[in-house]
Design a protein around this ligand. Structure first.
Ligand SMILES: NC(=O)c1ccc[n+]([C@@H]2O[C@H](COP(=O)([O-])OP(=O)(O)OC[C@H]3O[C@@H](n4cnc5c(N)ncnc54)[C@H](OP(=O)(O)O)[C@@H]3O)[C@@H](O)[C@H]2O)c1
Length: 239
């Protein structure tokens, strides 16, 4: 599918995978609506992308884990863009600790951002896609959404839930020509990985956010008759 002049909303677009996806889509002449909590990150990206690629870039600061903020951001960006062809649910957070040691507030924040944020943003964007009778939704899950590991109860629970949401929604909207896909990267070299102490190792062998952006592009470019339910992507760096 040719992406030129399509429109995309990306959550968590200020850094890491979301930022790399914004750059990759702008190079394909996709107009963008970018969401994160830090306006400064989004504004820097906005001016750079507009100057380099001539695409329209709009921004909205919002915590995706707040229904009101998610609704407001999607409504504003949807109006500015005039359509929502692509939704990338990427905003996410991680923290690891044993189930007993982890503060319940931290546990809840992970579920609120990773699961409820994906739900709120999708719920806000989906009516536009249903009206268009077309669209692509990509949810950034994780290998942590496919297998559990010690200290990952909150993160794994949130990402397993995103996998379930993705599959159920895929079945719900596929007849409306809306594709819903979950991507499940292993460790990617971003602030999230560094801040949570994930093994980064040799940078040359470590998966970079730009690599995940390539898979996002490849998924979006498939002919509309093709649905990718889940696509895994692994670093060569042994973990
Ligand atoms: N890095 C990895 O190893 C890895 C592996 C598999 C899956 N993932 C998933 O990939 C996605 C992106 O992660 P990343 O590694 O690129 O992280 P990152 O570098 O920390 O970037 C996260 C982005 O999300 C935004 N964000 C975080 N919480 C938010 C909230 N409540 N509302 C709105 N925006 C929020 C952040 O901006 P603000 O703080 O300004 O809001 C930032 O722009 C996440 O879903 C993560 O779980 C990451």
């Amino acid at each position: 599918m040719n992406l030129q002049n399509k429109t995309a909303i990306i959550t968590g677009a200020g850094k890491g995978i979301g930022k790399a996806a914004a750059i990759a889509l702008a190079k394909e002449a996709v107009h963008l609506g970018l969401i994160a909590r830090s306006g400064g990150d989004l504004e820097a990206l906005q001016s750079g992308l507009t100057a380099a690629h001539g695409v329209k870039v709009y921004t909205a600061t919002a915590d995706v884990g707040s229904k009101e903020e998610a609704d407001r951001a999607v409504s504003l960006l949807g109006e500015q863009l005039g359509a929502i062809d692509i939704l990338l649910n990427n905003a996410g957070t991680a923290q690891f600790g044993t189930l007993v040691d982890m503060d319940p507030a931290q546990w809840e924040r992970i579920i609120q951002t990773n699961l409820m944020g994906t739900y709120y943003i999708t719920r806000a964007a989906l009516p536009t896609m249903l009206k268009q009778d077309a669209g692509s939704i990509i949810n950034i899950a994780s290998t942590a959404g496919e297998r559990g590991f010690a200290t990952g109860s909150a993160y794994c629970a949130s990402k397993f839930a995103v996998m379930g949401l993705t599959e159920a929604l895929m079945q719900e909207v596929r007849k409306s020509n809306i594709r819903v896909t979950a991507l499940t990267p292993s460790t990617v070299n971003t602030e999230l990985a560094v801040n949570t102490g994930l093994p980064i190792g040799d940078e040359d062998r470590m998966m970079q956010p730009e690599d995940v952006a390539e898979l996002i592009l490849a998924t979006l470019k498939l002919p509309l008759r093709v649905f990718v339910k889940t696509a895994g992507i692994w670093t060569t760096n042994p973990q």
